[in-house]
Design a protein around this ligand. Sequence first.
Ligand code: MRU
Length: 366
Amino acid sequence: MTTDAFFEKVLTVRLTPDRKGVDIIDQTLLPGTVKRIVLSTREEIWEAIRKLRVRGAPAIGVCAAYALAVTSAAFETEDMDDFLAKVHEDAEYYASSRPTAVNLFWALRRMENTARENAQMSVAQLKERLYEEAQAIRDEDVNISLGIGRIGFELLKDLKKEGKSIGILTHCNAGTLATAKYGTATAPVYYALDKGWAGTDMHVYCDETRPLLQGARLTSFELSSAGVTTTLQCDNMASLQMKMGNIDIIFTGCDRVARNGDSANKIGTSAVAILAAYYHIPFYICAPSSTIDMECPTGEQIPIEMRDGSEVTDMWYKEPMAPRGINVFNPAFDVTDHSLITGIITERGLCRAPFDKAFEELGIGR
Ligand code: MRU
């Protein structure tokens, strides 16, 4: 059940009570160990984002907003220009932690704009204002997930057949662990539970999501903990599941959506979308409007993070699972072409092609 106790247990990111640190669940230790850590210095915050202790586009944005409020509060200056320069310096530093998820830059820009727009305040007042803005970003994220959940739930209702559970496939983790509360791709599922559906009304198939196993370690963990019927599969098993008729709908998250609807998400998402098109299964991207980058014309312009090859060869094994020194291709994300996407679910509404027009109609980017 999606009780508050469940969400409290897996609360991704919050401010410490004394507001001197960012308190996160260390996602690198899940599912075996549920441990919270406090990040107090800018270096600790950068490392936590870089190493995916906190990850998922919206959660990274919330974490960066809290981080900027925390580290700015410690600046020992009364001079506003000096304060703003220091805020900018920290924002640039956090922005260098990961390149693809646009929410990171969006949240930092919003925090910096708040600082600049309130420069008539005293430095002490502005520090308070930054805490408020970070909290607003976090609270809005909860409502955004709910909005996505409500729309996704309507799609699930259309698929409901007496005596049969709905097969939902998801890739990576766009769940509560990737956001402030309900997730994006998982939001329709949590929403359905809250509307009285049983965990057995839906069957979620989680791609394990090589190489960092967010599907295995995080999505299957959180959904099964919430009482949802969950099956874990290797990424290369998705095709057979679709062929067997077990998948009715696909929901994934995204890290950045270009103006034309091309969507960057965890590596392997585009393969899922290609399979879905082949098997005529609806493929939906779940995207907070802050993930839609109207300044980015197409997927070609989305920077793709490349990560260390040891994540593929060594990370999960006692012994290296590949010859020493082998070349490794390890991009963290790929771009799904807009032509493969049935719809993009935002908290403001469901967008269908042409996506640029649909985004404009919803006022996204304004
Ligand atoms: O590298 P990660 O784990 O941060 O990648 C996460 C994803 O790809 C998610 O699907 C995306 O950020 C959306 S989270 C709501």
